[in-house]
Unconditional design. Structure first.
Length: 104
């Protein structure tokens, strides 16, 4: 199951240095809904190696501003506490898995 990120826990999670993938999304976003099952599947598959989760831009907002998220869905990839990759818009399962594998 995908982790739920908030403004309160996101920075602490990234600071651990573990690979992290953050899906910036909103309930009203069609493309966000289309990749949601992929995010859930990969969160389960990579659960011991990568923390994959979702950040609702309607519930939060500070992190979206901090990382310059202007369109959703936006996926941010962190490794060793640093932003290493970004994907804006929909992405296939295989392409997303390749990006995650590149962080490992």
């Amino acid at each position: 199951m995908a982790h739920v990120f908030t403004d309160e826990n996101l920075q602490q999670t990234i600071a651990t240095g573990k690979p992290v993938v953050v899906d910036f999304w909103a309930e009203w976003c069609g493309p966000c809904k289309s990749i949601a099952p992929v995010i859930e599947q990969l969160a389960d598959e990579y659960q011991d190696r990568v923390l994959i989760g979702k950040y609702d831009v309607e519930e939060g907002g500070d992190a979206a501003v901090e990382y310059g998220v202007r369109s959703i869905p936006t996926l941010l990839f962190f490794k060793d506490g640093k932003l290493v990759d970004r994907n804006v818009g929909s992405i296939t399962r295989d392409a997303l898995a390749q990006k995650i594998d590149a962080m490992l």
